[in-house]
Design a protein around this ligand. Structure first.
Ligand code: FMN
Length: 155
């Protein structure tokens, strides 16, 4: 049987969200899942269609997602009518200056993917806060990748 495919999509201005994306990938790969990591600007709606699970990450900008992520969310309306993403696991993550604002950004991602696209949200969602030691943030991200993979493999 073909291995299950996790697509990790991120935008990152200064590298923090990208670091989380790569560590989530490492965690999921360790569980035996096929993982692709893509910057949102290289991502297409077809990529979403082909994935068995998603992880989506954005830096927190003004308590929201970066516009590059919002643009892609809007493009994903092409999959909405046919419920292409419905029931697939989704992990959501952000890097932010403070935890309170990060929660707002995660809420936006949760609304798009869990509420509107009816994906299965893997909780608790992942937050990295500026100033947190990289080793701690990486360990949290790897553990989140493992949880996403476990949800995918148990489908
Ligand atoms: C345009 C802009 C807006 C930001 N707005 C917020 C914000 O509202 N709340 C917050 O906690 N951090 C905010 N930050 C800080 C970033 O979320 C934080 O530095 C994050 O780690 C950046 O992630 P990145 O390295 O993946 O780009 C902002 C940064 C920028 C550049």
């Amino acid at each position: 049987m073909a291995k299950k495919r996790l697509l990790i999509i991120y935008y990152s201005g200064t590298g923090n969200t990208k670091m989380l994306a790569n560590e989530i990938a490492a965690g999921a790969r360790a569980k035996g899942v096929t993982v692709r990591v893509k910057c949102v600007e290289d991502c297409t709606v077809q990529d979403l269609r082909e994935a068995d699970a998603l992880a989506v990450g954005s830096p927190t900008y003004f308590s929201n997602v970066a516009w590059q992520i919002k643009k892609f969310i809007d493009e994903s309306i092409a999959l909405y009518e046919d419920k292409v993403l419905s029931g697939k696991p989704v992990g959501i993550f952000t890097s932010a200056g403070c935890r309170r604002d990060a929660q707002q950004c995660l809420k936006m991602l949760q609304l798009a993917f869990a509420y509107h696209h009816s994906m299965k949200l893997i909780e608790p969602m992942l937050i990295r806060v500026d100033g947190e030691p990289d080793e701690q943030a990486k360990a949290n991200a790897r553990a989140y990748g493992e949880r996403i993979a476990e949800a995918l493999l148990s489908r």
